[in-house]
Design a protein around this ligand. Structure first.
Ligand SMILES: [Zn+2]
Length: 350
């Protein structure tokens, strides 16, 4: 069995529609009333949006029900699904911890509560019957004040057992007016020895070369090969990996068809830039990782060899995968031992 790694998945968008709808029915009478029928809810939840901002609005629906008390409920189901249906061996889960804290608290209290949230997510991700290596990426947010974003970086540095990196999210058009601030925060994060990724070059409004030198991986980055292919050489030299999440671009209206990604993959392969194929919001899209792979193959965006190169790259660029190689290589080692033992046995039997 092939085992996969997903490097880019949001906690908010990882709840599949049926789990969320069931949760509303059981625990949230207001939302249950708004969506009495599952089909209607699924249609509303998974339909394509016109812009990235409109699409991100949906996250607030999930964030409102993902609290200190309910996070273990959602994470258990997320890990179970990822293990059973997606063959994940490794998962980096990202979210903005501040947006899971209680709105009743002051900013100071909410910053304090973030530590508890990270602990809850970390513990809930370790499910004995569904073993997956997991780690968290904490997202700074383009709409949160500087003090909160800085506290998120400090928290990542303080909780390295659970957290492997930081990110910035919230819509890439909104970094523009505070670009210096985010450059400073990334500089600070690197000075603390933190790993970094960032939602960048996702849409045509999110192209900030000033942030690139601070990133070890680039969240999306598709506009680089599409609009600024001259940057690819430097990206390859810095060994920065693009986290490409195919279904997202259709749901946000960024691309009209998956086939438009062919030039993205071709130019990256040509320039020697690694790509990890990821889900972003597997629940919100109702598209799990193996289907992202399959869609790219059936639509002739990539071939099997390229797919395997991307799957290898995902493990190579994983921030918290402890083994250096992808699990298939480890299995191959085990199989070779079995084969050579069999060979020896059959020789002895002669
Ligand atoms: Zn994302």
């Amino acid at each position: 069995m092939a085992l996969y790694a997903d490097l880019h998945r949001h906690l908010g968008g990882s709840v599949v529609p049926r789990i969320l709808w069931r949760y509303f029915q059981r625990h949230s009478p207001d939302l249950a009333q708004r969506f009495p029928q599952y089909r209607e809810f699924e249609e509303f939840y998974t339909r394509e949006r016109n812009t990235l901002d409109e699409y991100l609005e949906l996250h607030t629906l999930v964030e409102s029900v993902q609290t200190e008390q309910t996070l273990p409920y959602f994470i258990y189901r997320l890990i179970r699904g990822a293990y059973i249906f997606e063959n994940l061996a490794y998962l980096e889960l990202r979210y903005t911890p501040y947006l899971r804290t209680s709105e009743k608290f002051s900013q100071f209290e909410r910053i304090e509560q973030m530590q508890t949230i990270v602990e809850i997510v970390g513990k809930a991700s370790q499910v004995k019957e569904y073993p997956i290596v997991t780690s968290q990426i904490l997202c700074m947010h383009s709409r949160l004040p500087y003090e909160v974003n800085k506290a998120i970086v400090d928290l990542a540095a303080d909780m390295r057992d659970y957290v492997c990196a930081i990110d910035v999210a919230g819509g890439d058009a909104h970094y523009a007016q505070r670009l210096d601030e985010f450059v400073g925060l990334y500089e600070y994060a690197r000075s603390l020895g933190l790993n970094t990724t960032g939602h960048l070059y996702e849409t045509t409004d999110g192209c900030y070369p000033e942030l690139l030198p601070y990133l070890m991986r680039i969240g999306h980055g598709i506009q680089i090969p599409l609009l600024y292919p001259e940057l690819l050489k430097e990206i390859a030299r810095c060994n920065q990996c693009l986290e490409i999440c195919p279904t997202t671009y259709l749901k946000t209206g960024t691309l009209d068809s998956l086939y438009e990604l062919k030039v993205v993959f071709d130019r990256c392969f040509e320039a020697g830039v690694d790509i990890a194929i990821c889900t972003d919001n597997a629940g919100l899209h109702n598209v799990r990782l193996p289907f992202e792979y399959e869609n790219l193959l059936t639509q002739d965006v990539i071939d099997f060899k390229q797919l395997q190169a991307c799957q290898d790259a995902a493990f190579r660029h994983a921030f918290a995968w402890p083994y250096g190689q992808r699990p298939a290589t480890l299995l191959m080692g085990l199989l070779q031992e079995t084969y050579s033992q069999d060979e020896e046995d059959s020789l002895l039997a002669l």
